[in-house]
Ligand binder design. Structure first.
Ligand code: ADP
Ligand code: ZN
Length: 516
């Protein structure tokens, strides 16, 4: 049995192997927990420093850490970088020559490795050797790939559930940058670490201005936007390949240096466009979502969504490419009902269509929101922002609000009395004292909040409840038939009389300000 490394030891390793003086937020806690033998679920935005959370324990603990990663193309680079830092690392995947894999297996048996990256498909081939090796910890990187509710499901990940049973007592750490709350739960469940502590790092990017605009005359709006942002680098995301090309053409004919990028282009063409973007020869890229993965350009000043993304994960990732240098950056989302309908048609044909539709609905609610957009976005990833951000179109141009505390209390207590088991529709029916069979069958006419909001029209109440979700007081559990749950913030409203401001529905939605 090895001793748990001290904080001092961890700091020394951080300094000597990586050259850093301090841990990033959450890193130390996570590393200490893992070194102490605990499982962990880590939700940290891209660039937050996830790798350190398993690399440092791999150094500190005796034996070899297994790191499961789907990014085969990056394994060699990652391993080279680690070796350059004096860490004994290797990788194992299907692209290697036999001599190479033999060597890796030998090293593993001889306990010569701190850490080994393994593709999920190749894990079973290692199984024999793993019985002979001493495994210090297991890290599952890009852990959202295990969940078919996530946005990047990989079948090979589903077999990883056996790890926790196979290596009893070995800590397992799962890491991802994109997982909403239900996906987080699904990951933990499937990996057999349902009781593991969740470490959620802040997803807030306060330097990004969040702007949503009605989707009329987009080309005109974009040209105006570009005039107001001369010499700035930015990305415009479109839904189709064709529209990336036609819009790039349109921008060029208006004197802008812009190029299209999409998966239909050859690899060389794409690399060329990417390089020109990185060195600022082509400041504007009009792209499908194929663009951006692995591109690290710090001075992207704006990101425009010509069409609405399918879900908030994608949206967050794409706007996140702006302002990596921390300087103020602008994001614009164009929103139209027609786009939503088109996305719906795509989704109707997909597997797990119901779940994807629910996510699309959250995206739509974000676009139609009457309250601080950042609150909604941050909340979606399981964080709570208490104050309005002051840096989104709604905060800059607030709708009229009224004191909705009593209404909110009635809704929240209704949700509580329905034992957090019912979805939006039923909650509203009960609050409005509906006489429908579903309500009566379950005896809901007897609960105390039945009819408590009977004077509020159905549609209005629906809007108010969605506002409460957007304010972070309620949560919609997509995977569980959309049932509504109270969040920790709800207690303050129910029991401490915390004031709730709701946007007036009578007032038409304020048009987002244009830049000028
Ligand atoms: P993620 O996997 O979360 O996207 P990485 O693990 O690639 O992020 O880390 C992003 C960058 O942050 C890397 O260059 C890494 O070296 C750096 N980094 C990680 N931890 C620290 C730290 N404690 N101090 C300074 N830089 C760090
Ligand atoms: Zn705001």
């Amino acid at each position: 049995m090895t001793e748990t490394p001290t904080t001092q030891t961890l700091h020394t390793l951080l300094k000597t192997h990586f050259g850093y003086d301090n841990f990033r937020p959450n890193q130390q806690e996570i590393i200490e927990a893992v070194c102490d033998g605990q499982d962990a679920l880590v939700i940290m935005p891209t660039g937050g420093g996830k790798s350190m959370c398993f690399q440092l324990p791999a150094l500190a603990l005796e034996g070899t850490a297994i790191v499961i990663s789907p990014l085969i193309a990056l394994m060699k680079d990652q391993v080279d970088a680690l070796r350059a830092n004096g860490i004994k690392a290797s990788y194992y995947n299907s692209t290697q020559a036999q001599e190479e894999t033999q060597q890796v297996l030998q090293d593993l048996r001889d306990d010569k490795l701190d850490l080994i990256y393994v593709a999920p498909e190749s894990l079973s081939l290692l199984d024999n050797v793993l019985s002979l090796a001493k495994i210090s910890l297991i890290a599952v990187d890009e852990a959202h790939c295990i969940s078919s509710w996530g946005h990047d499901f990989r079948p090979a990940y589903t077999q990883l559930g056996y790890l926790k049973k196979r290596f009893i007592g070995t800590p397992l750490i799962a890491l991802t940058a994109t997982a909403d709350r239900s996906t987080q739960d699904d990951i933990a469940q499937q990996l057999g670490i349902a009781r593991a502590r969740k470490y959620i790092s802040s997803f807030d990017r306060p330097n990004l201005f969040l702007d949503v605009r009605p989707g009329q005359k987009r080309n005109e709006q974009i040209l105006k936007f570009l005039d107001a942002h001369p010499f700035e680098s930015g990305i415009i995301y479109c839904l189709s390949r064709k529209s990336t090309e036609s819009l790039a053409e349109k921008l060029r004919s208006n004197g802008h240096t812009a190029k299209a990028y999409h998966a239909g282009m050859t690899a060389e063409e794409r690399t060329k466009v990417q390089e020109e973007f990185l060195d600022d020869t082509t400041p504007i890229i009009v792209a499908t979502i194929a663009f951006g993965m692995g591109i690290d350009k710090s001075n992207v000043r704006w990101v425009i969504h010509y069409n609405m993304p399918k879900n908030l994960e994608g949206y967050y990732q794409e706007i996140g490419r702006a302002g990596r240098d921390g300087l103020p950056s602008h994001t614009v989302l164009f929103y139209s009902y027609a786009d939503t309908m088109q996305l719906r048609r795509f989704i109707d044909d997909a597997t797990n269509a119901e779940y994807q539709l629910a996510k699309l609905e959250r995206m739509q609610q974000y676009a139609e929101a009457l309250s601080c957009r950042r609150k909604i976005l941050i909340n979606y990833f399981g964080e709570y922002l208490l104050e309005d951000c002051g840096n989104c179109d709604i905060c800059k141009n607030k709708p009229e609000y009224f004191d909705g505390t009593v209404l909110a209390q009635k809704v929240l207590s209704g949700v509580a009395r329905l034992k957090e088991q019912e979805a939006l529709g039923t909650v509203i029916d009960v609050l409005r004292g509906s006489q429908n069979a579903q309500v009566f069958d379950k005896g809901y006419q007897n609960i105390k909040t039945y009819g408590a909001l009977k004077t509020v029209p159905w549609r209005d109440l629906q809007q108010y409840v969605i506002q409460l979700v957007n304010l972070g007081l309620l949560e919609i559990r997509f995977r569980e038939s959309g049932r509504l749950l109270l969040t920790p913030l709800a207690n303050d409203v129910l029991f401490k009389g915390k004031n709730v401001q709701l946007a007036n529905l009578l007032q038409p939605k304020v048009e987002a300000p244009t830049k000028e």
